[in-house]
Design a protein around this ligand. Structure first.
Ligand SMILES: NC(=O)c1ccc[n+]([C@@H]2O[C@H](COP(=O)([O-])OP(=O)(O)OC[C@H]3O[C@@H](n4cnc5c(N)ncnc54)[C@H](OP(=O)(O)O)[C@@H]3O)[C@@H](O)[C@H]2O)c1
Length: 257
């Protein structure tokens, strides 16, 4: 028997990148998958590669009524929700204080933090009634460390996601609910196309693959009900932050051996 047979999984941001890879990995273990994103086409492309039952539920996770409508679909049509992978997120090119606008700050906070809150608020009542459920939030290393790369709004929002996940465990552990927050370093996905400074092929090749993070999500999803992985960081071995710091220490470009 596959490890997630009989489980219902809701993945946001499921059409591309980490969400796409997570959908494929969890489906391969037998889960029924609810795929959410704003665009239907990428979700259909992912669904076409899934052998287990899958359901496309488009929606904008920054709009709470759209989030609630998808949770209502899951409760009514599928009868349960075992795992939420709250993974939808975004960054914007104009992310520095020199060019950040109020609209940009709203997009970052709503797209990364409010959306995560709305998904948790919608999922928790279903999980409480089951006395069982796993929430897996995709934050970022920018949710734990402050650097110039990700920008103030993204960094602040992802810090909020980390805090939110821990706070869920503090109150919901008595209901058999477990919340995990995953903090990836750089992953080669479409979000990189929003960088103010384009990322070259050599750097992209050294980053994590979406499947690396999906493997971690699958591991968390398959933990026994008595175990919660509260927070976990995953990063490429060639960590560009470390390499940059090393270059300053050595006063020369480090050479890969
Ligand atoms: N790649 C990295 O280096 C990295 C590192 C750390 C953390 N992360 C985080 O990982 C998560 C996944 O990103 P990714 O790297 O896989 O990039 P990605 O390919 O751009 O994935 C983001 C997904 O989220 C969806 N999405 C964005 N806003 C949404 C909204 N308001 N409602 C519903 N869906 C929405 C997008 O689909 P639609 O446009 O169709 O809605 C897209 O499929 C994000 O939370 C990101 O912040 C990424």
């Amino acid at each position: 028997m596959k490890r997630l047979e009989g489980k219902v999984v809701w993945i946001t941001g499921a059409g591309t990148g980490i969400g796409e890879a997570a959908a494929l990995a969890l489906a391969a273990e037998g889960a029924t998958i609810v795929l959410t994103g704003r665009r239907r086409e990428p979700l259909e492309a992912v669904a076409s590669r899934i052998a287990t039952p899958s359901h496309i539920q488009t929606g904008d996770m920054t709009v709470s009524v759209e989030v609630e409508a998808i949770a209502a679909f899951i409760k009514t049509k599928l009868g349960r929700l075992d795992i939420l992978v709250a993974n939808a997120g975004l960054n914007i090119p104009d992310r520095d204080w020199s060019n950040l606008t109020a609209a940009g700050a709203d997009a970052l906070i709503e797209g990364n933090l409010s959306s995560a809150f709305y998904c948790a608020i919608a999922a928790l009542p279903i999980m409480r009634a089951q006395h069982d459920g796993v929430l897996i939030h995709t934050a970022s290393v920018a949710g734990r460390f402050i650097s110039g790369l990700s920008g103030a709004g993204y960094t602040a929002a992802k810090h909020g996601v980390v805090a939110m996940s821990h706070s869920i465990n503090m109150q919901e552990c008595i209901h058999g609910i477990r919340s995990s927050v995953v903090l990836p370093g750089e992953v080669e996905t479409p979000i990189l196309d929003k960088r103010p400074v384009p990322v070259g092929a050599e750097d992209r090749a050294r980053m994590l693959r979406a499947g690396d993070v999906a493997d971690l999500i699958l591991y968390i999803a398959c933990l026994p009900p008595s175990v919660v992985l509260n927070e976990v960081m995953i990063a490429p071995t060639w960590n560009r932050g470390y390499v940059g710091a090393l270059a300053r220490t050595l006063d020369r470009k480090p050479v890969a051996t």
